[in-house]
Design a protein around this ligand. Sequence first.
Ligand SMILES: Cc1ncc(COP(=O)(O)O)c(C=O)c1O
Length: 437
Amino acid sequence: MFKLYKLWGVFKVNELAINGGEKTINVPGPHFVWAEITEKTEKAVLKQLHESISIYDKSGIIEKLENRFSKYHKLKHSVLFNSGTSAIHAMFIAAGLGKGDEIICPAYTFHATISPIFFTGAVPVLADCLDSGNINPEEIKKKITSKTKAIIVTHMWGNPCEMNEICKIAKGNNLLLLEDCSHAHFAKFEGKLVGTFGDMSAYSLQGQKTLTGGEGGIFMTNLDKFYYKSLLFGHYNKRCKTEIPKNYSLPKFSVTGMGLKLRIHPLAAAIANEQFDKMKDVIKNRKIIAEKLINGLKNLPGIKIPKISKKSNPTWYAFMMQYNSSELGGLPIEKFYEALIAEGCIELDRPGSTRPLNLHELFQNPSDLFSNYSGKLNYKKGDFPNAEKFHSNSLKLPVWHKKEDLKLVNLYLKAFKKVTNYYSQKCKEVLRNGKYE
Ligand SMILES: Cc1ncc(COP(=O)(O)O)c(C=O)c1O
């Protein structure tokens, strides 16, 4: 009787929650909260609220945060924008890209890395990715034509691109190099900060990002000419008047700039400035937790942990795994994902909006929205096999940043072990009987 009871206990523990078994994680959600809003954040916002809620020039909190960012990266200029998308758009305008030009960009990234290009008339030329999800330097080389003017890269999920090779390609072909660092604030490649390799870089400061103001963006460059253009693009009047030198050719446009106002809200800048104070600790703790996830998941069937080059020092914006169904008898990713969600891994995600750009309508038929593009682009499903494979096998976890989170991390690891164990066993039956239902 005792033995039977014990056997029942084992059965209960191993049965998946999705099949009526006991759920591994019973902690109420959310399991991951970002950003960390503390009393200090509240104080910083209140202080700003009483100081100024509209800043026309480089002063106050705008000056403070821009200078802090420039100093940290040892670059001459930083300009805050209302979003990462606007900061990226500023790079394209400052680069002078226009009709007839081509810019090589990642096939796998969030669309805003390149979508503002459609306002310029230049053509985005997509290049496939490596196993890491980052743009493949060899694919960049293949895409260069006489019309190519620039390359833009995204350091996907916080993991720096192969910057040695990419810088060599840009230099060797006299191309501008732009970096979208929206996933990779403070990450390094061979000890050098991302955002400092190219001619210009842009960061999102949106709510999920490592450094956040809720909404916002930042543009950086060492070159005055790009800096002035970025001001004319989104910071007309006072800022242009006070910062663009009189002997330069463009101050006559200062009052109107290019007609757009894309300033960050001072309260968002105050939040981002306060968040900056804790970056060192957050990054340190994320590294500890990422290490724990790597060690806990690296030997499980069906899971490939993120591929990080030895030259890179990522800041773990996210933990992006690849699912390998062949190690679990062909179990579809949807079933694997649902089983983990049922175990209580509610923060596990299958990213949707970050996907191969050839799958977006905008990159297939931009002419319906932008008349400049009639007949120029016709990307379609199947054009970028690596990017499409990477995307369809993606499973993403957040990287927690507090010591107290370790308990939860252990529970997630337990759930992954339970589900992979179950399907490894099941897999043997499947091999005997055919397919999963
Ligand atoms: C890689 C990448 N680039 C650009 C952006 C756009 O930034 P924002 O949302 O601040 O406009 C994002 C936002 O998620 C992003 O992930």
